[in-house]
Design a protein around this ligand. Sequence first.
Ligand code: GLU
Length: 484
Amino acid sequence: MEKRSPVRVRFAPSPTGALHIGGARTALFNFLFARRHGGSFLLRIEDTDRVRSSDAMVRQILNSLSWLGLAWDEEPVFQSTRIDRYLQVCRLLREKGHAYPCFCSAETLQEKREAALKATGEYRYDGACRLLPEEDVRRRLESGEPHALRFRMTEGAVVFTDHIRGEVTVQTREMDDFIILRSDSTPVYQTAVVVDDHDMEITHVIRGDDHLSNTPKQILLYQALGWPVPEFAHVPMILGPDKKRLSKRHGATSVEEYRENGYLSPALVNFLALLGWSPDDNREIITLREMTAHFSLKGISGNPAVFDETKLAWMNGEYISRTSAEDLFDPVVRHLKVAGLVEEKDISGNRSYILRYIDLLKGRMRRLTDFTTLGYYFFRDPESYEEKAKDKYWLKEPEQVSDRMVRLLSALKSLDTWKETILEKTIRDLSEEMGVGAGKLIHPVRLAITGFGVSPGLFELMEALGKERVIRRIEKALDSLRNL
Ligand code: GLU
């Protein structure tokens, strides 16, 4: 049984950086699990590190989650507002005898650590303060001596069944009396997480397996406090193509960067879901709604997933071509603005032109940024011509090409109706008249009006660009041909 009703899960980012791919996938799995079981998906901002956390990062993380469509339930919980509660629980642990004050100074601990690492390669706190006489402890506390609080490790083993890893057993002798409250009275991660997960009534903790080693300690805290222990699912990490842990070295890692680089959120969500999870039928293109219907923790692989950017780009291209021009309008316009190809004031007046541009191009674009790099000619006359296409279509017989384009130009100028079918007939009739294949006109003209050797169908394109632009560009191309 995967569920204990009602399911409550959480995503708990630390706002010390942007939301990255790994975090987004963890959030997504939590979201899917909650939706699958009619439960709640909560958000907790782990901002106890006031120096490294920032409000700007909190906003960016929330924005990225919203953009991905991962709507959370209830108000986000901020750890920075709950310090008193953590202190209260630490006191409780002390009262129950599960924690004890540790007066060891940072220097002493550091020396011991270095010596141990040198001797055996591993370090555990030696329990120096564990057995201090009560009298001694009281005296030192009364004199205000700085101290941390440590958990009093029990004997035996911690055993739990992870939904992905299966049964995990850790002997408590492999752990030490870990700190639950620092000497400056700030709670450590372990304490805050357990208190929050309990108070938020979290039933399932789904997180990256970099936290696996924390789980036994957290379970011991639950047990010491007499609290129910949630279920756990530790998701394997994401690797780069070189099989090393995905990091900045591999390129873009934050959700924000993918948005900037022209990815659609449903494509990114689809891709992230399949990084480690697969639906029963192994399909590749799957919507958030379908994922929700099929999601189970059992479907998550126990092996690390490899991040394949080429596949992401392919998937994004699939989504772009399946999305209507209307729905692509806002995101594409956003990129057009960033690229300086349109200005806000021109957008509403050119809506149908822009929609047509999107429609003509969307079948071939892998990223929204391709609309601006490969389709800039909808908004600017070509600034240069692709070299290979120039060699192939213009420079083999420049004079003949010029002559043909001059004749086409006059035919085009005399047209009253600028329609795809008429444009096609004009070009085909003219090539027949000149005794050459239509390609002898089509390719050189395409290069003239787009700057590229490949484009959407020429006749549709000419219609979309309009008479004025097409004529001006053919004239400009004739000029450059003459100057070659
Ligand atoms: N704040 C932790 C992180 O960003 C997550 C802690 C947890 O999920 O328990 O890695």
